[in-house]
Each structure stands twice: as C-alpha cells, then as structure tokens.
Design a protein around this ligand. Structure first.
Ligand code: CAA
Length: 246
C-alpha cells in the first residue's frame, strides 16, 4: 500500500498514479521513496507487462515539492539530488516498458522523471519545462541578485536541474534545443513538445484516457519476453542477443 501513489493492475498493465493532487502531485521525500518501492514491485510482478506513469488531478506533477526543497541544508540538497537521480535511473533500468502519460503541468523533477521513461505521450493541455533556472530570477527575467548575492543560490558551483534532466533532455531533443529550454526555463506546450520530439504523441484531453489505455493495453498484450528483449536491445545498442537455449 502506498500513501502518495496509487497502483492498480489491469490487463497486464500497471497504472502507477502520482496521488497528491492538492499539491499538484509535487514530489516529496515520501513519494520518491514510494516510487522506488513501486518500481521494484511492478518490475517483479509476473502479471505486469507494461507500466504507465500518470498523475491524479489537474496536473501530471509540478516537480519537486518546494516545501521539502526549502527545508534542505546544502548537504541534504546534494543527497536529495543523488536520491532523485538514483530513483529515475532505477526506473530507466526496469526490464518492462514504462511510459509517462502526462497532462497539465510537467515541470522540473516531473519532466526529469518522465524523461527517464521509455517514452512520453501527452494530453493537449500539457505544459512541459525545466524551470529550475527561474527559481533564481524574479519573474519573468530580472535576476534576483542583491548586494549580498542571490539568497536562494549557492555562492559557487551553480544550480541546475538535479534529477537527470541535464543528461536526458539533450539526448531526447538535441543539445541546442535542450540548452535553450534550460537557459530560459520556459514551458513548451504539447504541440511544440511533439514537434521537437519530446513527446511521441498528443491526444485531445477528452480522449486522453481512452487513447492511453488503448496504447497501454496493446503493449501489455505483447509477449513479455519479447518486450524485455526489445528494450534490452535498444537500450544497449545491440541488434542481436543470443536466444535462450531451447
Ligand atoms: N511543491 C509544493 N507544492 C506545490 C508545488 C510544488 N512544486 N507546485 C504547486 N504546489 C501547490 C501550491 O502551493 C498550491 O497549494 P495550496 O492550494 O495549498 O496553496 C497547489 O499546489 C496549487 O498550486 P497553484 O495554486 O500555484 O496552482 P496554479 O495553477 O496557479 O500554478 C504552477 C501552478 C505554475 C505549477 C505553480 O504552482 C508553480 O509554479 N509551482 C512550482 C513549480 C516549480 O517550480 N517546480 C519545479 C520545482 S524544482 C525541481 O523540480 C527541482 C529538481 O529538479 C530536483
């Protein structure tokens, strides 16, 4: 049982739903720890062939819980970055296909998590971005630097998306676009996200649930060993693995 997530399995599809809708599913420490547990659980369950990650309420997820973030000491911040990276690496390493079905806000750590999935599909109301850099600027563009420096930023070393986005976004959309998105912190809408290859498909909001279900059920109906094999081949850049001895 989970407090911050909802997990249900139907037709060999595990529906893993972020479930803190009052905070737009912002990820706190508890949610990260529960995600780690859930990734292990669904990867091991024999009745699951495909995993879908989604969010309850009006957003997929508004990123790291800012209340958690504000409590962190500098040391804790490094630890929380490490924890997020390890968690999404764990998700990426799952042997089963996992895709993110996103709607509404998909910001910061939320986009970093979605990028660790095999692919992303979006509802047409989705807004995706890595706004971390704007957390050190007054909206929209004025630097928040006072005579004493920037109160919210490290004195040296800098701060960047900490949960794998700096690696995965350039891999998905190319370095130049990824840099522009991370230098500006702007959100892109679903149509633009489709155009730049950040998401594989965009569905109208009214059809989103049905379309995602159809896609998930189709993948879930495939032979699980074949799904695992295809994922391994693509992830490792091989075109052939030795078959199992018969
Ligand atoms: N953490 C905690 N609570 C959050 C949250 C977050 N990231 N985002 C939204 N919420 C809460 C709000 O505080 C609000 O709660 P109350 O009703 O109790 O006041 C509730 O969710 C609804 O939010 P809003 O009223 O703000 O809704 P909105 O539609 O007006 O705005 C928003 C939505 C643009 C997403 C705005 O909430 C926002 O800018 N949130 C912060 C987004 C952000 O910067 N995320 C990135 C975090 S950095 C990160 O993730 C770091 C990393 O890489 C490791």
């Amino acid at each position: 049982m989970y407090d911050t997530l909802d997990l249900k399995v139907e037709n060999r599809v595990a529906w893993l739903t972020l479930n803190r809708p009052k905070s737009l599913n912002a990820m706190n420490h508890e949610m990260i720890m529960e995600l780690r547990k859930a990734f292990d659980e669904v990867d091991q369950r024999e009745d699951v062939s495909c995993v879908v990650l989604r969010g309850e309420g009006r957003a997929f997820c508004a990123g790291m819980d800012i209340k958690w973030s504000e409590e962190l000491t500098k040391k804790d911040r490094l630890e929380s970055n490490r924890l997020g990276q390890k968690t999404f690496n764990k998700m990426e390493a799952m042997s089963k296909p996992v895709f993110a079905a996103v709607h509404g806000y998909v910001l910061g750590g939320a986009l970093e998590m979605a990028l660790a999935a095999d692919f992303i599909v979006a509802a047409d109301d989705a807004q995706l971005g890595l706004p971390e850099i704007t957390l050190s600027a007054h909206p929209p563009y004025r630097p928040k630097i006072t005579e004493d420096g920037d109160p919210d930023q490290p004195e040296y070393g800098g701060s960047a998306p900490g949960w794998g986005g700096v690696k995965r976004l350039p891999e998905r959309v190319g370095k130049a676009l990824a840099k522009e998105l991370m230098f500006t912190g702007v959100r892109v809408d679903a149509a633009r996200a489709l155009q730049i290859g950040l998401v594989n498909a965009v569905f109208p909001k009214e059809e989103f649930e049905d379309q995602v279900k159809e896609l998930a059920n189709r993948i879930g109906a495939m032979n699980p060993y074949n799904l695992r094999l295809v994922k391994e081949l693509v992830n490792h850049g091989y075109d052939l693995l030795e078959g199992h001895p018969s």
